[in-house]
Design a protein around this ligand. Structure first.
Ligand code: HEM
Length: 265
């Protein structure tokens, strides 16, 4: 085996490892949304949304806000599932029609998630601090821009460009999931909320809120650059970065299940 193919395999293996950890964490997120919000909404127990700590959630008398909140949080499970499906190569190969339909569903719902999120933040006024609101509004703007680019390249049949923008879209749509995992990973590693405040405006909060989409985007770009580069040492270095990212993600997923989602089910 040549050193190039060894390093290439190591890099792709590390990418697959990270994705496997992330997929488990996203499935847990979907499971939580359905078991918590899905069950309460289906049984008409809207006030029960607030059984877990939220900024606003259910507000008595605010019918419009409650409907948007319900649609936003329930469709969060669908967008997360469709995003995961897009990245599984076997599904793409075996059922290309399914890939196209889940891709369209993912993009349309991603647009809805961004717009309803902006509405909840700006019109309903659901935010903890101005800095955290700015961070998530930038996330929404990136979702809309990236969906537009991925879609345009697909329509024009520029598939390599489409793939790249679709991957970037996956990262920004997963921003709120990364935020939860990032915060819980940080709390676990530091054995407490170091650099965090109740209004999410501490230094660690600020790094996390902006980093929830900027760090994954940066890692994706580095991964793609290492894939294209012939330098074997670079590929192994990037594989090490991904292994660290996978370990951090695993810690965050564990923390989110154990402390953020599990206790409320
Ligand atoms: C696109 C991916 C997104 C997903 C998967 C998602 C998911 C969720 C979930 C699960 C909740 C319920 C809160 C919880 O249990 O933690 C929620 C609430 C909320 N989301 Fe999103 N969201 C997304 C995008 C956005 C964006 C882009 C914004 C803002 C621009 C946003 C703003 C909000 C707001 C304001 C709430 C209400 C929080 C509360 O009342 O406490 N979301 N979202």
């Amino acid at each position: 085996m040549s050193s190039v193919s060894f390093s290439q395999k190591t890099l792709s293996g590390a990418g697959a490892l990270w994705f496997t950890v992330a997929a488990i964490g996203q499935m847990a997120f979907i499971g939580f949304i359905l078991a918590f919000y899905g069950v309460r909404t289906a049984t008409g127990n809207f006030a029960g949304w607030n059984d877990k700590p939220l900024i606003d959630g259910y507000i008595k008398g605010d019918d419009a806000g409650n409907v948007v909140f319900a649609a936003h949080v329930l469709l969060a499970s669908v967008v997360t599932l469709c995003g995961l499906m897009q990245l599984i190569p076997a599904l793409r190969r075996k059922w290309p029609r399914l890939h196209r339909w889940s891709g369209r569903t993912f993009m349309v719902i991603a647009i809805f998630m961004a717009l309803s999120g902006v509405w909840l933040t700006v019109v309903r006024g659901t935010y903890l601090s101005v800095i955290s609101a700015v961070a998530i509004l930038i996330n929404a703007a990136l979702i809309l821009a990236f969906v537009g680019l991925a879609w345009r390249h697909a329509v024009k049949r520029r598939f390599e460009q489409h793939r790249r923008w679709a991957m970037r879209t996956f990262m920004v749509v997963s921003g709120v999931w990364f935020l939860r995992v990032g915060l819980m990973g940080w709390v676990l590693i530091n054995r407490g909320p170091v650099g965090m405040t109740k209004t999410m405006s501490g230094p660690a909060d600020i790094v996390m809120t902006f980093g929830s989409y900027l760090i994954p985007l940066a890692i994706l770009e580095l991964y793609e650059a290492a894939q294209r580069n012939a330098n074997g040492a670079l590929k192994v270095l990037m594989a090490a970065v991904l292994a660290v990212a996978a370990a951090y993600t695993a810690a965050g997923v564990f923390g989110a299940i154990a402390f953020m989602w599990g206790p409320y089910l």
